[in-house]
Design a protein around this ligand. Structure first.
Ligand code: 4AD
Ligand code: MG
Length: 463
């Protein structure tokens, strides 16, 4: 089945050329002159191609006049300049075939605009809408930009494991992986007998590929991992998913300042890539989702990000003349309302907050000489809050063992991670970018459930 994609026909087709189009009908309009206009989309771009189906086609009465939204079709025809409004070219069909019918009585997607809540219930059909098609193409383009950025700079792509035996964040928010019959779990002295489980040890889905990325950074220099991560945290917000994708670079011989530079350069590269390559979809988001998206990205590319310490951030929040839902003082973790206040009201641009209290950050972050704060960095952006979390890593063996104990974790569980500090330790740093939060930021989509094909959230894994 040879076909041309609509994006190629619209960008480089010449009037007089013959093309075969295959796609899904968006609308059909019949003219009094005895022919029909059929708008077809194939997902290759936002635009549809207009197909002119003449009354003389042999299946005109029987089939074409019955076409409804959602039917799949094949049309072979000649491209011609279009006299009508809204498109430059149209395809005059010489042959027209219906590949699959869609009963208008039951097909859930109709011409009207559906709510995003409704569309989440039909995640198997929503990519046929303009919004979800555009989100899928932007996701694809950002993925490509991410690989391009790192590959151009000589980073090596590492495939860190999905199933793991260690808790990277030490927060215990992990999904268990087991083949036990949950009604008959083998016990030994009152506890689950993991010796009898599939792996012979407790296993979980990874919350981050960082620890394994560090292994490779400490042998290959600059690496990155980009894959799915899983968190069993009961957060029902517009920026949390139970399954999300994370991009995690890890650099040997790199301190916090180097880490910040790479993170900022990385974000700007992606924004620039999207503005240069995804014009049609970005104009769509600007028109229908958020008027400011393009302008925001353009401004960001030319702006410096504000770097300030957590301590200074807290001072600004304490001085703020607004009522926060969650109170702030030195030592508390920032909520998204605080992060957004700093970005949107104080600095009016993205900020990088560094040197957080050690109690609210993970065990692996490098301890500052004050003994109280760690070399953490969170990149915060307007509307979303935290988009990147990272740090310089603790590279001193004894300090790391102590930090693991302080966080009530068991150094034995991290024996291999500690070995990296025993044998050839070097200063190193890295960060994790929440891929879906980035897509939200770029597109202006308000809910994270609408920027991943099949969202998993507490209480929801329907598809
Ligand atoms: O700040 P986090 O927890 O950092 C880490 O996991 C580090 N191990 C990363 C590293 O240094 N290699 O998560 C990183 C980012 C957050 O800034 C946020 O953008 C995103 O991942 N994120 C989530 N995105 C969607 N749903 C969730 N539940 C998320 N939790 C974190
Ligand atoms: Mg974080």
């Amino acid at each position: 089945m040879k076909r041309s994609r609509i994006i190629e026909i619209l960008s480089s087709g010449k009037p007089g050329d013959q093309f075969t189009v295959m796609g899904w009908v968006r609308t059909r309009r019949d003219s009094k002159g005895g022919f029909s206009f059929i708008e077809v989309n194939d997902g290759s771009c936002l635009s549809c191609i207009q197909i002119i189906a003449d009354g003389k086609l042999k299946n005109y009465e029987d089939q074409i006049l019955k076409l409804a939204t959602g039917c799949s079709v094949k049309a072979v025809g000649i491209l011609a300049a279009s006299p009508g409004k809204g498109q430059n070219v149209e395809l005059h069909a010489e042959e027209f075939e219906v590949l699959g019918w869609a009963d208008p009585g039951s097909y859930p997607l109709q011409k009207k605009r559906h709510s995003f809540e409704f569309l989440r219930e039909i995640a198997h059909l929503r990519p046929r809408t303009n919004t979800f098609g555009a989100v899928a193409r932007i996701r694809n383009s950002i993925s490509y930009a991410i690989h391009t950025f790192f590959q151009k700079r000589g980073f090596i792509y590492i495939h860190t494991p999905i199933i793991t035996g260690s808790d990277c964040e030490g927060a215990g928010e992990m999904f268990k992986v087991t083949t036990f019959d949950l009604d008959q779990i083998p016990k030994k002295e009152g506890h689950t007998d993991f010796n009898k489980d599939f792996f012979g040890n407790p296993a979980t889905l990874t919350v981050s590929g960082q620890l394994e990325a560090e292994v490779y950074a400490l042998s290959m220099g600059d690496v990155y991992t980009f894959g799915p991560t899983f968190r069993a945290e009961n957060s029902n917000t517009s920026r949390h998913l139970s399954e999300f994708w994370m991009v995690e670079p890890e650099m040997a011989f790199c301190d916090l300042e180097g880490n910040i530079s790479i993170a900022v350069e990385f974000l700007k590269f992606i924004f620039d890539y999207i503005l240069s390559n995804c014009n049609e979809d970005m104009e769509f988001f600007k028109k229908f989702i958020d008027k400011t998206v393009i302008e925001t990205l353009e401004n960001l590319i030319s702006q410096d990000f504000e770097v300030l310490t957590y301590t200074d951030g807290i001072k600004l929040l304490e001085k703020a003349n607004v009522k926060f839902e969650f109170p702030v003082n030195w030592g508390t973790d920032l909520q998204s309302e605080h992060e957004r206040y700093l970005c949107e009201n104080v600095f009016k641009k993205p900020i990088v907050l560094i040197d957080y209290p050690k109690e609210i950050k993970a065990f692996y972050m490098k301890l500052n000489s004050d003994g109280k704060t760690v070399r953490a960095m969170d990149v915060l952006v307007p509307k979303i809050g935290e988009i990147i979390g990272g740090s310089q890593r603790e590279d001193d063996y004894n300090t790391l063992v102590e930090r693991i104990r302080e966080m009530n974790l068991d150094p034995d569980d991290y024996w291999w991670y500690l070995d990296l500090r025993k044998y050839g330790s070097v200063p190193h740093s890295g960060f994790g970018l929440g891929f879906e939060r980035l897509i939200q930021f770029v597109t202006g989509m308000a809910n994270i459930r609408d920027v991943i094909p099949f969202p998993r959230t507490p209480g929801n894994v329907r598809f």
